[in-house]
Write a protein that binds this ligand. Structure first.
Ligand SMILES: Nc1ncnc2c1ncn2[C@@H]1O[C@H](COP(=O)(O)OP(=O)(O)O)[C@@H](O)[C@H]1O
Ligand SMILES: [Mg+2]
Length: 364
């Protein structure tokens, strides 16, 4: 089972072999997931719909009881602690605000439950509202707010109790694209200011790459890879991760010759690709992962190096052009800057070379 970096280090939040098998289901929704999050880190749980993200987050929160495995925070096992005994601030996908209450009462809720004195509640609520830039709307009913403002109320309500953990389940998915971008930056800046260890669920790879310190990629209940955004994007551990996070050309049955500083990849039926360095796992015939921007294509001539292919399509994106080029058994995607030089005609022959100094290999 692929699971990069599976040796757990002692962390602030530690989940170990966490598993959930719902009643009357054949396979676990979450299957032995282990990872550690350092204090102050922002973890993104990333994967397609149904892969077990919400179930994992809710087990951390104490809203779902694990079938096996454990959750600990600061070295203390909280697996059996009821939700109200955990120090957690949570933001739900649909915000789950109290519609009959105004903004400040929504935010005050957790503090009231904790029997914090009234005067102190007023101060803390105002601070939290200022942090999310809603100080001026404290008396507004939440039903009279925009989606983005409701989102901010939900954030304020979660952080006002100064929890050990800040958990968010796809909090931006109901916002339009522009607001979503702004809120990414805002959530990160609030999170950094408070230094609060956070877990953020998303199915959006861009959101994960741009926001997170660490990303856990899940598929069908299994942790495929846990690492930094650049680990995940540049050095994916599995085919699934390579294809889910960004566009990837996966070249199978590649033989590697040459030596350090000058590796030559033999691409079946298409020619050779030269590259100074390779990363990842290869032995015998292996799978190379090349992002479209790591390749460049030019018109083929008798003196061309590289691999040879037929241009099948050319798509203009303004700043870049993306080609699909059939090279042997592979339909390669090649992305190049649109710098004004003549483009390759569909139907013409192209030579493809590496535009990177490192090509990554994925374990078979
Ligand atoms: N209460 C439940 N009973 C049975 N199956 C469930 C229940 N909740 C979720 N599932 C299943 O568990 C899997 C993971 O769900 P979920 O954690 O919600 O995934 P995600 O948040 O990644 O979309 C899915 O196959 C889903 O259908
Ligand atoms: Mg979900």
């Amino acid at each position: 089972m692929p699971s990069a970096d599976s040796t757990p280090r002692a962390g602030y939040l530690s989940i170990s072999a966490l598993t959930k098998q719902y009643k009357n289901t054949s396979i676990p929704a979450v299957d032995r997931v282990s990872l550690n999050v350092d204090e102050g880190d922002f973890l993104a749980l990333l994967g397609p719909s149904g892969c077990g993200k919400t179930t994992t987050l809710r087990m951390i929160a104490g809203l779902i009881e694990p079938s096996s495995g454990s959750v600990s925070v600061q070295g203390k096992d909280i697996t059996k602690s009821p939700v109200h005994k955990r120090s957690i601030g949570m933001v739900f996908q649909n915000y789950a605000l109290f519609p009959h209450l105004d903004v400040k009462s929504n935010v005050a809720y957790g503090l009231k439950m904790r029997r914090v004195p009234k005067a102190e509640i007023a101060v803390q609520v105002q601070n939290a509202l200022d942090l999310v830039r809603l100080g001026h709307l404290a008396d507004r009913r939440v039903t009279a707010l925009s989606g983005g403002q409701q989102q901010r109320v939900a954030l304020a309500r979660a952080i006002v109790v100064n929890p050990q953990l800040f958990l968010m389940d796809e909090p931006l998915s109901n916002l339009d694209a522009k607001l979503r971008d702004a809120m990414r930056t805002e959530i990160r800046s609030i999170q950094r200011k408070m230094g609060i260890t956070s877990v953020f669920v998303t199915h959006d790879q861009d959101e994960a790459l741009t926001m997170a310190d660490k990303i856990a990629v899940m598929s069908e209940g299994v942790l495929e890879q846990f690492g930094t955004p650049s680990d995940i994007f540049e050095r994916p551990a599995t085919r699934f991760v390579a294809e889910f996070v960004g566009q990837a050309n996966l070249l199978d049955d590649i033989k590697v010759s040459g030596s350090a500083g000058n590796h030559v990849l033999d691409v079946p039926g298409a020619g050779h690709l030269s590259v100074p360095r390779i990363s990842g796992t290869y032995s015998g015939k292996s799978t190379a992962m090349v992002r479209p921007h790591q390749l460049k294509a030019h018109s083929f001539s008798s003196s061309s190096n590289g691999i040879r292919g037929d241009v099948r399509s050319a798509t203009y994106f303004g700043d870049t052009i993306q080609y699909e080029i059939q090279a042997g058994q592979n339909l390669l995607r090649v992305q190049m800057r649109a710098d004004g030089s003549p483009t390759l005609a569909v139907g013409s022959e192209a030579a493809i070379t590496a535009a990177t100094d490192t090509i990554h290999f994925i374990a078979a």
